[in-house]
Design a protein around this ligand. Sequence first.
Ligand code: XMP
Length: 319
Amino acid sequence: DWTMAEFRDQKIAEIREQVGDGKVICGLSGGVDSAVAAVLIHEAIGDQLTCVFVDHGLMRAQEAEQVVSLFRGHYNIPLVHVNAEETFLSGLAGETDPEKKRKFIGKTFIDIFEEEARRIGGADYLAQGTLYPDVIESVSFTGGPSVTIKSHHNVGGLPERMNMQLVEPLRELFKDEVRDLGRELGLPDAFVGRHPFPGPGLAIRIPGEVTKEACDILRKADAIYLEEIRKNGLYDAIWQAFAVLLPVRTVGVMGDYRTYDRVCGLRAVTSTDGMTADVFPFSAEFLSNVATRIVNEVKGINRVVYDYTSKPPGTIEWE
Ligand code: XMP
């Protein structure tokens, strides 16, 4: 009978075999997948691993701090924290095409890893927390025509010039299996149970141009939404919940004043692997409470809508 403990041991052996005495650099995204990959690889090869956390300024509120403290505090895994907000935001300025946004972010990640690898005296391998659904979805949509739906930022190989091979120990796993593996490796439950967060971060939750101002507005709305979800005990029943900030402005009224501000969309879905998803059935009371709080507390938003689209035909993220 196949168990997660056996899978872990087998992967550790495979990683040792693949890497030998080479050096590995691992990009942490802030999500569960890359964290589990990093801890697994660290068990296999110890100090041959260096983790790089690239803070692209597109994280949710508090996310960056949580990742850094988990790795520096609980594990003794060497962690380089790169603040690259300026690089990402200036590169994204004026760009509104979803695929161009994704491709810019993916390329910039690679550039920064390359630079960090050079800084630690070179690395032979780049580790990533790529999962099975990431591999599938970047190639084609299951059962549909063979077209790219979205370029997941962490899939698609490396530029030739990088001279690094990929280490992707989670490539055969689905999300629930990664969580089991994370628990097997002793990661805290609260961390392992976190909702997935996409590599390109808030950039794909702000249709249209991504600016610092838009990110700040979105972080506030998203934090209120997640706070209410946790407060109502719904977090673990949901696969993923997040706010999006639309580039559309609509007219509203607050007190005696006319407002003309942006629209916030709320998304929440249930799923087992992210490949198909159903809309989470919040009560009307819950949704109107969240809408009221967001409009009252977040300057720049005057209207809130709930996304009632399943996947397919929608995707989970809006870009
Ligand atoms: P979609 O929007 O394609 O998302 O239905 C399916 C799942 O994948 C996540 N996602 C990503 N994860 N890099 C990632 O690591 C990406 O570029 C990316 N794009 C989407 C999404 O959050 C959902 O869980």
